[in-house]
Design a protein around this ligand. Sequence first.
Ligand SMILES: [Zn+2]
Ligand SMILES: [Zn+2]
Length: 238
Amino acid sequence: MRASRHSHAQALLEALAQPGCPICRLGARAVARALESLAYEQVTDPAVQARFAAALGLCASHGRQLLNRTSSGQGVAILYRAVIAAALRRLEQVSAEPAGGLLSLVRGRRADGPAPGLAALSPDAPCPACQVEADAEQRAAQVLLEQLSHPDARSAYERSPGLCLPHLRLALTLARPRQRPAAALLLAHAASILRGLDQELAEYVRKHDYRFQHEPYGAERDAPARALTRFVGERGEC
Ligand SMILES: [Zn+2]
Ligand SMILES: [Zn+2]
């Protein structure tokens, strides 16, 4: 337990030295590892298949990530046979709806959502990779809050790009009363990063003006992308 805590702290410190939000980075790493073992080891595990079936497969972004992995076809084939079996059971369930079946369900659709009988076609569980990611992000946020009581980690954080807004919200939500100084540091750091980013954007806009177009872009070259990412996280989802 202690070793695992140590390794989480180590992973966080390493992520702080890298570009981008450290919690996004640790979440993405956990997903990459989970997809790796999914594609090659766990596909025949009945519990894994049941989770996949309940979720009706992966979300769009993690599904594409799995497909983009080399030689994952066999794993995808096995997992999606389980998903298809679940989907077929659900289709039968919808077809067997009383009072006219599917057609009456569709006609009876209200503007505020799908007909109740179509609930069988919705996932019963979140995307398994999203779940892995959310768990890893929550753990990373808790480790960050703990580590910020150590001077070394504090200065590593102050030098880092800090958290994206979704993960700043997550960390502040998880902060306990005794972690108030850590929460204050996160807020002050976020404000300072945003001010710096705003200046870079102003510079970017200025150089876009035809009068200054001869001036080459400097570090502000990718400021629009960094600004956007700051508000949605590295994966583009919150
Ligand atoms: Zn993030
Ligand atoms: Zn997902």
